[in-house]
Design a protein around this ligand. Structure first.
Ligand code: 3PG
Length: 216
């Protein structure tokens, strides 16, 4: 089977292991934040469209060329078009929207929709996907729930997000069913608002070292 650009993005995400989930209120912090993540060894971000600054931040990070940039909280096909035009490599949504999935497939962009139940997982597989987000992972039973969902779907790989942090990420990453984990702990809204970019770089470095020690 030939490897598509979507496959290579998913492999890069697996290699990076941790995907910082970014909620930025003001695009003015985008460059400092990106510099902190890159210097911390995590040159990747899922920038959410939850704020007005989201799309502009995505454009700015994509223009740098030194990060793997995705869009998060993508809820409809129109938003897919906007973020693909901005240059993202992957699209994430909190739940499963077939409209979003189909538009991403149309653009040949990797898509990682959220699932929370076996029914949603089955629908994602029927839509042709092999990689999904498990959200909100902490509240839904964490790694053991993922491993239970993986039993009938052994070819699916999961990205837990929501409640993942420095204390539990190694355990998630040790599961063969998990290709990466998402989270905001290394770049919280509070750290960004108070412009603690050195601390963000430190937490990113700590996170990337946890990926290396996880038995993957
Ligand atoms: C997400 O969209 O994946 C979550 O908002 C990230 O969750 P966290 O803030 O608990 O890390």
């Amino acid at each position: 089977m030939t490897q598509t650009s979507e496959d290579s993005v998913l492999l890069r995400l697996e290699h990076l292991g941790i995907v910082p989930v970014i909620v930025l209120d003001d695009v003015v912090h985008a460059t400092d934040l990106a510099d902190a993540l890159v210097s911390g060894g995590l040159p990747v971000a899922e920038v959410t469209l939850r704020t007005d600054a989201g799309l502009q931040t995505i454009r700015r990070l994509c223009d740098r060329g030194d990060m793997l940039v995705g869009a998060g909280t993508v809820l409809n096909a129109e938003q897919v078009d906007l973020v693909v035009e901005a240059g993202v490599s992957f699209v994430v949504s909190p739940g499963l929207s077939i409209e979003v999935v189909e538009r991403c497939l149309h653009h040949n962009v990797a898509v990682i929709p959220g699932i929370a139940t076996a029914t949603e997982l089955q629908a994602a597989v029927a839509a042709g996907l092999s990689h999904v987000k498990f959200f909100p992972a902490g509240k839904l039973g964490g790694r053991s729930m993922i491993e239970t969902l993986a039993e009938p779907f052994p070819d699916v790989r999961f990205m837990p997000s929501g409640g993942v942090n420095a204390a539990n990420v190694s355990d998630f990453l040790a599961s063969p069913s998990i290709f990466a984990a998402g989270g905001s702990w290394m770049a919280t809204k509070a750290l960004i608002a108070s412009q603690q970019f050195d601390e963000i770089a430190r937490l990113a470095r700590e996170a990337s070292s946890l990926v290396r020690v996880a038995s993957r």
